[in-house]
Design a protein around this ligand. Structure first.
Ligand code: AMP
Ligand code: MG
Length: 494
């Protein structure tokens, strides 16, 4: 059968830059700075498909030229957007796309997706930066975007990483890369704060109207569409935080300029996945106070929504209406978190003691510093009767007696709802991933890539695209981190 919409080659992908329709002070047109001898590190056929881009295009010289920034795509009007933001809780003033260029967007299957190059050179918002991104952080962003998407967590996507031997200087000289990101939009909470703190209410309104028109058209008819916008972003953000917590994802730099108005995970920097559980874990080694530690993320999500509410308040009109939209955050977060935790424990019904049962498991994770991902995965293999699979879980805990008494309560709870082993295990395996982007896995792939061997990056992409599948042949990728990697540190430098 001939598909109604056959995939297109790169030259047929017609870009339209909607953001360029906003007045010129919202952005600056900037051409990418070319790089010499770009090479493909990795590309995602799945992301290409979302753009209706033919997967054969990923191996062409045109692809390298376009996504390294060396060639301007058909219909593309590259621009860097201005925004501001609160960084680590402090108003930072103007920031903007210091190393990102919005090329334009593609509409496919009723969805509009924007394409952005990150690391393609300086812009007027580069401040002290060089407009580049190092290979290491570009690979991390590429792999994690795709890992998160496969975990069914809202996120920007990544089409490809293109490397170049062009050196940039961080703590040491490193080679640079360009990562191509895809999202319905790249508008941030800080984009609104920018106009609010500059006292530019007309621009604020124009941005809000733009976002509603293109990303929240269903809110147009609302009697107070700006309140509806705040309400919807608050809901999405609260749910996103619950989703992050449920897989042990830590963003690391939840500044308001890194918060997506569409509720996506955005701007991957020093992120991490929880391994040995510690709710106080800080994945960004520059965040000494732990503002963005695992346990703080839900509260910081709320703080960021408050910052957005402040910026939107002149449009919403009344303090009460603003507060009403914002006030839903804790309840939405709690509900989503509880739903996800019930799924992770395989509970189909609701019981008043469920929160205690869930809290009991977290207390054990904390006191045993048990591996977060493997603990939930191995819990998924448990049966109502004890089997040898109990040992897979027990092996992760030092306090076996503590775990055993929790397991007894857990099994009583499962019996109470007449849980079916097969059904429950299948359901739990579909929400408790086996494979996440552990720091050491990324590190091994990065070190090979720095020597021009990209096989490990590509293999990791494939494995992380099916995080819930057993994939027996890749068993060791689910292992605990080796000793050398237990204290790998990730800084903001990227
Ligand atoms: P981040 O918190 O990493 O998302 O970045 C904060 C701000 O710094 C944003 O405005 C970035 O565009 C900018 N920035 C970060 N690194 C660079 C760089 N190497 N060159 C230019 N701007 C940068
Ligand atoms: Mg950022």
């Amino acid at each position: 059968m001939i598909s109604a919409n056959p995939p297109l080659t790169l030259d047929k992908l017609n870009l339209e830059n909607r953001f360029a329709g906003l007045p010129p002070h919202f952005y600056t047109h900037v051409q990418a700075s070319p790089v010499s001898a770009p090479y493909l590190v990795a590309a995602s056929p799945a992301v290409a498909a979302t753009l209706n881009l033919d997967s054969a295009s990923l191996d062409t010289p045109e692809f390298l030229a376009c996504f390294s920034g060396n060639q301007t795509m058909h219909g593309s009007t590259p621009l860097a957007a201005v925004y501001s933001g609160h960084q680590f809780g402090v108003w930072a003033g103007q920031l903007g796309d210091g190393r990102a260029l919005l090329l334009g967007g593609v509409t496919h299957a009723g969805k509009h997706l924007e394409i952005q190059l990150k690391g393609a050179g300086m812009t007027p918002y580069s401040r002290m930066g060089d407009g580049r991104a190092v290979l290491r952080s570009s690979i991390r962003e590429f792999l994690c975007s795709e890992a998160m998407a496969s975990l069914n967590i809202p996120t920007s996507r990544a089409l490809c990483v293109i490397g170049s031997d062009q050196m940039v200087f961080r703590e040491i000289p490193e080679t640079s890369a360009v990562v191509t990101r895809i999202a319905p939009n790249f508008v941030r909470f800080g984009s609104f704060e920018h106009w609010y703190y500059n006292d530019r209410m007309d621009d604020l309104r124009q941005l809000a109207d733009y976002v509603i028109e293109h990303s929240y058209p269903e809110l147009q008819a609302h009697h107070n569409k700006y309140q509806a916008l705040l309400s919807e972003v608050t809901r999405r953000t609260a749910e996103l935080m619950a989703q992050w917590q449920s897989v042990g994802f830590m963003h690391g730099v939840m500044n308001t300029d890194n918060m997506s108005i569409s509720g996506l995970t955005l701007d991957y920097g020093p992120f991490g996945f929880m391994e040995a559980f510690d709710e106080k874990h800080i994945c960004n080694h520059t965040d000494q106070q732990g503002r963005y530690s695992y346990r703080m993320q839900p509260a910081i999500g709320n703080w960021n929504c408050q910052a957005l509410a402040q910026a939107l308040s002149p449009l919403i009109g009344s303090v009460d209406d603003t507060n009403a939209a914002l006030a839903q955050y804790p309840a939405i977060y709690r509900q989503k978190w509880t739903d996800l935790m019930r799924q992770k424990l395989g509970l189909h019904t609701e019981h008043e003691n469920d929160l205690d049962l869930i809290a009991g498991f977290f207390t054990l994770l904390q006191s045993n510093h048990a591996d977060f991902t493997l603990s939930f995965r191995n819990l998924s293999k448990l049966s109502l009767q004890k089997t040898t699979n109990d040992e897979l879980l027990r092996d992760l805990f030092i306090d076996r007696d503590g775990l055993d008494s929790w397991l007894q309560a857990y099994r009583e709870r499962l019996n109470f709802e007449q849980s079916d082993d097969h059904l429950r295990q299948t359901g739990m395996m579909a929400v408790n991933p086996k494979y996440v982007l552990r720091n050491y896995l990324a590190q091994v792939a990065i070190e090979k890539a720095q020597k021009k061997d990209f096989s490990e990056v590509r293999k990791l992409l494939q494995i992380l695209e099916k995080p819930f599948d057993e994939q027996d042949e890749y068993e060791q990728y689910a292992d605990l981190p080796p000793d050398w990697a237990r204290h790998l540190e990730v800084s903001c430098s990227s």
